[in-house]
Write a protein that binds this ligand. Structure first.
Ligand SMILES: NC(=O)c1ccc[n+]([C@@H]2O[C@H](COP(=O)([O-])OP(=O)(O)OC[C@H]3O[C@@H](n4cnc5c(N)ncnc54)[C@H](OP(=O)(O)O)[C@@H]3O)[C@@H](O)[C@H]2O)c1
Length: 227
């Protein structure tokens, strides 16, 4: 069985996910209100997040090599980080240390370098291997459900991963925080790589938020969308 998957993004009025300053309290406040078992993050988004917040990557300490202790009923989400190329080698402890993250589980593929798999093993990170080249998300999410009982996953990713998840029919809902800003041609479309067109949606929720933001929630109607 697959967990329910919601794509969650902050966007400009012209559907860009970049080129404006996202309000992280609003973005993650809404994301966590879904109470997901896990958050799905692409490797590029994870790396850019570190570059934004850290001038220098803090050195690893002994505690970074062990899984964090998790108390029963801990409401935080696991972070499922897709990284088949191992670009986060030497960086994952930053996310493991985050107060918002229960622990990191890495999604890898058969092509993932052995040195990265060793890095994960030495530090006791769980990983799911799915797919030949890049990660096969259908298989990886199925394993996450079987192995950890994940029922709801919210994706916090960019236009590439969003497109893959929608293209493959894995996204059940799309959650958007719309900002009162127009980015123009500097922007990056929310589904910049989507081949399908005419994906039909049903509006489930609209809410005007403080700060002139609007939250929209849509259900993806699976019978629509042409390849
Ligand atoms: N406004 C928002 O709400 C929001 C939210 C998140 C991110 N962002 C922005 O979005 C930008 C990054 O977006 P992005 O989509 O380029 O990066 P991303 O979200 O990191 O997605 C890239 C992921 O897609 C995977 N991938 C690439 N090609 C694939 C393929 N053919 N098959 C399967 N998986 C594939 C990569 O996996 P591999 O590991 O296999 O390469 C990588 O993990 C950043 O600027 C970030 O700040 C904005």
């Amino acid at each position: 069985m697959l967990p329910k998957l919601i794509l969650h993004n902050s966007i400009s009025l012209d559907s860009s996910i970049t080129g404006f300053e996202a309000n992280l309290a609003v973005h993650y406040g809404i994301l966590s209100s879904y109470r997901p078992s896990a958050m799905l993050v692409g490797s590029k988004t994870a790396k850019i997040g570190i570059e934004l917040f850290y001038e220098k990557v803090p050195a690893e300490e002994e505690t970074d090599f062990s899984k964090p202790e998790i108390q029963p009923g801990d409401p935080r989400a696991y972070w499922l980080i897709a990284d088949s190329r191992g670009i986060l080698e030497g960086l994952l402890h930053i996310y493991r240390r985050s107060e918002y993250c229960k622990d990191v589980i890495v999604l890898v593929s058969k092509r993932t370098p052995a040195s990265y798999i060793n890095y994960l093993k030495e530090r006791n990170y769980d990983f799911i291997r799915a797919g030949e080249d890049h990660v096969d998300y259908r298989q990886a999410l199925g394993t996450a459900n079987e192995r950890y009982g994940f029922k709801l996953v919210v994706s916090d990713s960019g236009g590439m991963l969003n497109s893959i998840l929608l293209e493959q029919g894995l996204a059940e809902e799309i959650s958007l925080v719309v900002y009162p800003v127009v980015v123009g041609k500097q922007g990056t479309n929310l589904f910049r790589n989507l081949e399908k067109s005419g994906v039909q949606l049903e509006l489930l929720r609209t809410e005007a938020l403080e700060g002139n933001y609007v939250h929209l929630l849509y259900r993806v109607l699976k019978e629509y969308g042409t390849p």
